[in-house]
Design a binder for this molecule. Sequence first.
Ligand code: PHE
Length: 333
Amino acid sequence: MDILQEIQNTSTEFQSRLSTSEPEVLAQEYLGRKGKVAQLFKHLPMVDPEQKGNVGQALNQLKQEIEESLNQQNHKSVASNTSQDLPNIIPPSLDQLSQEVGHLSPVTATMFRLQDILGSLGFSVVTGPEIETEYYNFDALNIPDEHPARDVWDTVWVSSTDSQKSLLRTHTSPVQIRHMEKTKPPIRIVAPGRVYRYESTDATHETTFHQIEGLMVDTTTSIATFKGVIKEIFSKLFDQEIEIRLRPSHFPFTEPSFEIDVKFNNRWLEIAGAGMVHRSVLAAGNITDPAVQGFAFGMGIERIVMLLTGLDDIRYIHSGDLRFVYQLGIQKN
Ligand code: PHE
């Protein structure tokens, strides 16, 4: 028997039956455990050694060709069934359905992108708890109880039994303290994560959103370093040379403090809060060497997604509506 000829015949025969037989029947007959393809494979050990490569290849091709044809056939039949609107078709086997390949949500994709960019500048990712203590979220960040600045971060308090009051962290800044307590400078970290605010929602406010925090502490860290890093981050993120501008601002944990604006599509947009880390914050992180300085910044990821996509209502982002997620079209790398 000429096995190559036999393979060819099987292929021709299969193709001729494709339009008339049910795909399930063909699958069983050709690809089943005792099917025609399996029978042909059984001949392989008997083939001349110098022919083996060719025959093996032809067999694999045959198998692949049959699998692909049947797959297409299945897709066609599922599609034509649904177009006739037949009620509740339960496909005999799940792999007949075309499978949607998942992708990252725009928020995660943007967060990963920022982590990558900061990673290329030597920052490593650290995380902290979402249920925080009052100490890390406020006191250690130079916002003592009764300080009016606490009102800036409308807080969801969590009832707790121990003496420390707990809350859902209102920003990612507590991670700065947690990290400094454990590490000596030089420090370069990026802390992404979910944060919570007790406030009513509107097109630009959500009760739950994401921030990414950056912290760099070193003897060489200055406002110039800080500006350089920020410019680099946004130029890479927006894929073009980006102009930035620092406006004086106030945060209890930085001195001086800035709002960072970036120029995008000819408009200045406020994109992050930042500043040189306040001495008392460094001290809360056990850093007292006067030669060491730090800068920190924090920004909302959803806001960046909105800028990148032109989205005008933040509430869509966590609505769970898949049409929205796909339409945004931010694909993972
Ligand atoms: N934590 C601040 C906020 O949530 C942002 C910020 C981070 C500002 C770091 C300065 C330095 O608004």
